[in-house]
Design a protein around this ligand. Structure first.
Ligand code: MSP
Length: 650
């Protein structure tokens, strides 16, 4: 069903500290979703902002020797700057210290107070300062906060409470009757699990003498509003609740993207409050997982906080956006490492997408004098042409479906696989051989088809990598930075005509890489195995010519053997540990009948460093060594004299 509007929100971020990769992720995800919907012609409202009240911000200000407002004013700039750098297209940015927000919080409090939904009571329980939340005795885990596991304080004081308990049964029913309300499913179950225990009322105030940095309660000036009560309201205050009814009618309800740690506040505190105030429920609450750094939680004390600005400086905005979107399976935790980033970049962007483009540009230049045919002259004539086009069409459908199902990572992976299909198509159609046969008509057909497919893939990736895909469109002769969605489903929208003469390197390969942790898929492994088998039969035949371009795709490097051992249970295989520059890798090689492990250590050999990793007898082989063989004899290719490992062989 086509929606008539799309309203998406991120959590509003605390201004106690600078933004990190977790904040960047949610905002990029929301941005990508917003951009897809806009491309599809769906009116979109994308909201982000900052959460500026409460103890955390007050404490940070005290430590910095400034006022909380100064703390907020200074930090908000960092968020705004980062969003600008990351090309975030939010339609609004709300700060909870803005008047337009405060007046809605106060109006809502007054409304709930007048309706008897808020009452005065005595609070006696446990309080977690970092989480700014109250807990009962039985909520605690080993005497600590159930959320962050830090110590809690005992607190006894007069406060105001929202009658949340009234809505427990209603909320359980609502969640059960609306399976898409809280996603993914396991988070929905987590909320239902939480609701299986009796739900208390929610303390929504803080005595001013204890905390003054908050919005005044309209009905008791000695109190300020609890920061979570205040913060959640941003989703409706920015959308015009109470003061701009037409706007609110237009946009509400929203889809809330959040991290898994703030599930309960969104899936329990927020809906019960909206219900009490007579406001419609949010459309969906989607909780994503956490970015870990390697295997560890990201934390200041571990000193492993990833600063998005550093990544952008080093690798560019588009690549960073792409990595975050494809690497996290929506809903689950993901591990961030720079090595994984480089690997993903080199594989998907430099090798696959960048290479497909440079092939189309290069071959058009060499074989067609730089000019693609007019679309009216090209049809999908052969089944291979049809097949690669269909792969791209499947990717279009994949994105559409995955947007509905909130499986964006898999939608984008579908596009990456269409790009690989384009490369395979070119390899099978071999325009360089068509050239030898003088079959220009077929060359035109093949290169136009590949260009058309790239047009579609670039369009599909445009929301993820807006600048690079606009550049790609430009070199293919397409006008404007973004496509019309419907054009992605139509053949023949590539205008043809002359393409720029120079090759364009869209994603230069990143040469430096840390420890290799290959993520070979089964299919890739099968591919490598098949290639190994084919190699045996091909070995005696002289191979056909390859172009220089094809040869340059191989990354041949010197490697120093550090260690060698037999792979148990096999006759032929050795496992070698080698040093390639500053990285250690392991290779599995069928040379045990020709070399004893001891005689290999210390040798400098030559390896294909960018061969996709393969699993051989359960051991990951991260590259392939080169050897000369004739008959029974096999000798390793080595270098003539001293040279460091990792040197390029060309
Ligand atoms: N201010 C509250 C949200 C109020 S929304 C009405 C808040 N702010 S926060 O700045 O601490 O966190 C904002 C978001 O960042 C949360 O969704 C949180 O899950 C997310 N992340 C914080 N660290 C994260 C990772 N390491 N990985 C992914 N997201 C993480 O909570």
């Amino acid at each position: 069903m086509r929606r008539d509007k799309f309203y998406i929100t991120t959590p509003i971020y605390y201004v106690n500290d600078r933004p990190h990769i977790g904040h960047a992720y949610t905002t990029i995800l929301a941005d990508v979703l917003a951009r897809y919907h806009r491309l599809m012609g769906i009116p979109t409202f994308f909201l982000t902002g900052t959460d500026e009240h409460g103890q955390k911000v007050e404490r940070a200000a005290r430590e910095a020797g400034i006022t909380p407002q100064e703390q907020a004013d200074r930090t908000v700039v960092r968020f705004r700057e980062l969003w600008k750098r990351l090309q975030i297209t939010n339609d609004d940015f709300i700060r909870t210290t803005e008047q337009r927000h405060k007046r809605v919080v106060q109006a809502l409090l007054q409304k709930l107070f007048d309706k008897g939904e808020i009452y005065e009571g005595e609070y006696d329980g446990w309080y977690c300062t970092p989480c700014e939340r109250f807990f009962t005795e039985k909520d605690l885990v080993e005497g600590n906060c159930p959320e962050c596991h830090r110590p809690v304080e005992r607190i006894k004081e007069k406060n105001y409470f929202f009658r949340m308990s009234r809505y427990q049964d209603w909320l359980i029913r609502y969640i059960e009757e609306h399976p898409g309300f809280i996603r993914p499913d396991f988070r929905r179950n987590e909320t239902l699990g939480f609701l299986a225990k009796s739900l208390g009322d929610l303390c929504i105030s803080r005595p001013r003498q204890r905390l003054s940095w908050g919005i005044d309660l309209p009905f008791d000036k000695d109190y300020v509003t609890y920061v979570w009560f205040d913060a959640l309201v941003n989703y409706i205050s920015a959308a015009g609740y109470r003061f701009e009814p037409a706007k609110f009618e237009r946009w509400w309800p929203a889809i809330h993207l959040i991290g898994k740690d703030i599930l309960t506040t969104h899936s329990v505190y927020w809906p019960t409050r909206l219900r009490a105030a007579g406001v419609d429920m949010p459309e969906m609450i989607f909780a994503h997982g956490w970015w870990l750094v390697g295997e560890s939680k990201m934390s200041k004390s571990l000193g492993n906080v990833v600063n998005p600005m550093d990544m952008i400086e080093k690798y560019g905005v588009d690549a960073f956006r792409y990595y975050l979107i494809v690497e996290m399976i929506l809903g689950q935790d993901a591990s961030f490492t720079e090595e994984a980033f480089i690997r993903r970049y080199n594989t998907d962007l430099a090798n696959d997408l960048g290479n497909a483009l440079s092939r189309v540009l290069g071959m058009t230049r060499r074989y067609l004098a730089g000019t693609l045919p007019n679309p009216s002259l090209v049809a999908l004539e052969r089944s291979e042409d049809q097949a690669v086009w269909e792969e791209c069409q499947k990717a279009v459908e994949g994105i559409e479906r995955c947007l509905e199902e909130m499986r964006l990572d898999s939608g984008v992976a579908g596009v990456a696989s269409a790009v690989r299909a384009v490369n395979r198509y070119l390899e099978h159609q071999k325009p360089w051989e068509l050239r030898k046969r003088g079959d220009s008509a077929r060359i035109r057909q093949v290169l136009y088809t590949a260009g058309e497919c790239l047009r579609v893939c670039a369009g599909l990736l445009q929301p993820v990598m807006p600048s690079k895909m606009a550049a790609l469109r430009g070199v293919l002769g397409l006008a404007g930075g973004a496509p019309e969605w419907r054009d992605l489903r139509q053949w023949g929208k590539l205008p043809g005509g002359s393409l720029p003469g120079t090759g364009m390197i869209l994603f230069p390969r990143i040469e430096r890489s840390g420890a290799v942790e290959p993520a070979a898929t089964e299919a890739r492994e099968r591919g490598v195995e098949q290639a190994e088998n084919r190699k045996a039969t091909d070995r005696r035949k002289m191979r056909q010519n390859v172009s220089f371009e094809e040869f340059s795709r191989l990354d041949l490097r010197t490697a120093k053997i550090l260690n060698a051992e037999k792979v148990s249970g096999t006759q032929k295989l050795l496992r070698l540990e080698v040093l390639v520059g500053d990285q250690r890798r392991q290779l599995v090689a069928g040379i045990a009948e020709h070399y004893r492990p001891g005689e290999l250590v210390g040798k400098t050999i030559v390896i294909v460093a960018n061969l996709e990793p393969a699993r051989i007898r359960g051991i990951e082989s991260q590259g392939m060594l080169l050897a000369a063989s004739k008959g029974e004899r096999l000798r390793l290719v080595t270098v003539d004299g001293e040279i460091t490992s990792g040197a390029v062989v060309k």
